[in-house]
Design a protein around this ligand. Structure first.
Ligand SMILES: *Cc1c(COP(=O)(O)O)cnc(C)c1O
Length: 382
């Protein structure tokens, strides 16, 4: 019984008829770029998040890049982000024309906090990017309060966190974004949110795709212009934008999948519970923690473990897949050497890079395969 880290074919099998019908309709319409399917998805995502604007684009990377570009970066202006994230977070900051400034993380959640952000704040800070890593939101109320007090913009990297939510403690929530039960969604808590529809994300397309969520009308309009060469009206360009359109086939597939997202998320959460119970007593392993008031969507189930590389070899020998997100922190990447990052500078990040590993958590995993993973981990440490 092999256990892959992810099995997209199993998911496709469960929704094949619905997806094929949606694709067929787009093919019949021959309307492939933006258009009604994309607008439909934008409307549905905006409604799901309780935000006024959602703008589809070509990838999660561009969903970060476009709003950062819309801020009109000036030389020397800085954006604070974690060094423990997928490269795209930092690449987008750099490519927009900002200087990335890396901060450390909380050892329990792997997320940035208001304290780790504040530790690297300077008078050149224009924006902060909390990354909701692995599917759990960073503490948004304190981060937003800090940014608001200092006149900076908050761009949430919600690429791994669609559907994640958090109880909002204070009165200063973005207008209309808190549900009757007191929850705020990932991508609705900051000024702007960035989502990815890369196939391995919780809402994955049949190729690349992304979405920007926004509260401010003008910022959303700038993003919408930047994705089509900087102008709403053809051949009239107010800004120099790019081609970062979402295509209708992706939107059609994503609209089908969006209807299943909540159900899939619930199964991911049940899987996490089972792992937790099964691994609780293994002292060499620290399962992920969810902070009070957070609804974790487990894009990854990421543990800290002793003897990580040997454990991964053991599992791999038994046909069990695992992953390491992320083995090398961003402040030590060669491409950012001119920023002067040094080893030891972000100790919590660097330790996480040495200790983390992720287990299969996808909704179609099933109890038997999950128990097998647990059993093999126990066996390794016995
Ligand atoms: C996947 C991901 C992105 C980039 O998304 P793409 O669609 O692959 O461009 C950005 N940030 C994080 C944290 C991600 O996991």
């Amino acid at each position: 019984m092999n256990v892959p880290l992810l099995d997209l074919k199993a998911q496709y099998d469960s929704i094949r008829a619905e997806v094929e019908e949606a694709i067929h309709q787009v093919v019949e319409s021959q309307y492939f770029i933006l258009g009604p399917e994309v607008e439909g998805l934008e409307r549905e995502i905006a409604g799901f998040l309780q935000v006024p604007h959602a703008v589809g684009c070509a990838s999660g990377t561009d969903a970060l890049l476009l709003p950062l570009k819309a801020l009109d970066p000036q030389p020397g202006e800085e954006v604070i982000l974690p060094a423990f994230t997928f490269f795209a977070t930092a690449g987008a900051v750099w490519n927009a024309g900002f200087t990335p400034v890396f901060c450390d993380i909380d050892p329990v959640t792997f997320n940035v906090t208001a304290e780790t952000v504040e530790a690297v704040w300077t008078e050149r800070t224009r924006a902060v990017i909390p990354v909701h890593l692995f599917g759990q939101m960073a503490p948004m109320a304190p981060i937003s309060a800090l940014a608001r007090a200092r006149g900076a913009v908050v761009v949430e990297d919600a690429a791994q966190a669609i559907g994640a939510r958090q109880r909002w403690p204070g009165p200063d929530a973005p207008e209309g974004a808190v549900s009757d039960e007191g929850w705020i969604m990932a991508g609705a808590a900051g000024d702007v949110g960035a989502f990815s529809f890369f196939p391995t994300k919780n809402l994955g397309g049949f190729g690349d795709g992304g979405m920007v969520s926004a509260h401010d009308d003008e910022l959303a309009e700038r993003v919408a212009k930047l994705r089509v060469h900087g102008g709403r009206q053809m051949y009239h360009h107010e800004m120099v934008g790019t081609n970062s359109r979402l295509d209708a086939l992706q939107a059609a597939v994503l609209r089908v999948k969006l209807r299943h997202l909540q159900g899939w998320t619930e199964v991911r959460r049940q899987n996490a519970c089972r792992y937790h119970e099964g691994l609780e007593e293994v002292e060499q392993v620290t399962p992920p923690s969810t902070l009070e008031g957070n609804y974790h969507v487990y894009n990854q189930y990421t543990l800290r473990v002793e003897e990580r590389d040997r454990l991964r070899e053991h599992l791999s020998g038994k046909g069990i897949g695992s992953g390491v997100y992320y083995p090398k922190p961003l402040h030590l990447q060669e491409c950012f050497s001119e920023l002067g990052g040094t080893e030891g500078e972000l100790p919590v990040t660097e330790q996480a890079c040495r200790e983390v590993m992720s287990l299969p958590i996808f909704p179609e995993l099933g109890e038997d395969r999950l128990e097998r993973v647990v059993e093999e981990i126990r066996e390794f440490y016995r």
